[in-house]
Design a protein around this ligand. Structure first.
Ligand SMILES: [Zn+2]
Length: 270
């Protein structure tokens, strides 16, 4: 971190700070994005793409297969461990306390498992470790009550396990607590308004490992640009957020999150 950036980071950290994280943070823990081939899923003779599986429509039509896909993905997430970037973000929260908000697109649960608090974390796409009532008799989240040990792609979903995937209140079907492609953001389930309010109020936005392919993160970075907050993007690849950071007077730190985020946090928490 060069001296000029160091000084601007310190000034930014005197106000409110938001970290916006995406799949790049978890890639170093070995978790694929599941948006590419690693997320393809075969049912009978048909191969589904993640954008078809991760939908309300698919769940309504074939809940058991969608659950099997999510239980496989969850087992991969649970076999992974938080990396240096997750740990550094927890240290930043401890240093800044109520001046810090984490907004994550990741559903893998690695931020909470590293120690990021529920109070200061907006999991805007949900968390694969939880389920909720499909009929929405209530919105409370419940831990997925199925063994999280590593499953193979073709592991069957046993009847006894499928029978556990119900709403504890109405005993109707339960669904994974994730935002699907054919659904909209909402505050009650995903704290999307809280995420917007936090970014609108921040002087420093750290964008980490996110390509800018979903709508709310694009909106959040737009708000920070309009407010002339300092935007620092950490990413292996050049993308819209790297360009937004550079064009608005911030910077793009090219490289892995596990390397750059601890360096940034050392300056911000110091
Ligand atoms: Zn219910």
């Amino acid at each position: 971190v060069d001296p000029g950036l160091r000084e601007r980071l310190r000034r930014g950290a005197a106000g409110r700070v938001v970290a916006l994280t995406g799949a790049g943070v978890s890639a170093e823990s070995g978790i694929p994005t599941f948006r590419g081939p690693e997320g393809y899923w075969t049912v009978g003779s048909k191969v589904y793409h993640p954008q078809e599986m991760a939908t309300y429509a698919a769940f309504s039509r074939m809940p058991r297969e969608v659950w099997r896909w999510y239980l496989y993905r969850r087992s991969v997430c649970r076999a992974a461990t938080p990396n240096a970037a997750h740990v550094a973000i927890v240290a930043l929260e401890h240093a800044l306390a109520d001046r810090f908000t984490l907004v994550t697109q990741n559903v893998d649960g690695l931020h909470p498992r590293a120690g990021s608090s529920a109070a200061r974390t907006c999991q805007i796409h949900g968390n694969i470790d939880f389920l909720r009532c499909h009929r929405r008799c209530h919105d409370q989240l419940h831990p997925v009550p199925v063994d999280p040990s590593l499953r193979t792609v073709d592991a069957p979903l046993e009847d006894a396990d499928f029978a556990r995937l119900v709403c504890p209140r109405c005993v109707g079907p339960a669904r994974p607590h994730v935002l699907w492609f054919d659904e909209a953001y909402e505050e009650e389930l995903f704290r999307s308004e809280s995420a917007i309010a936090a970014v609108d109020d921040c002087r420093l936005l750290l964008v980490v490992g996110t390509s800018g392919s979903t709508s709310l993160p694009l909106h959040l970075v737009g708000i920070a640009m309009r407010n002339e907050a300092l935007i620092v993007d950490v990413d292996i690849d050049d993308g819209p957020f790297a360009r937004a950071a550079v064009s608005s007077g911030g910077c793009w730190l090219r490289g892995p999150a596990g390397e750059h985020v601890p360096e940034l946090v050392e300056v911000l928490a110091g």
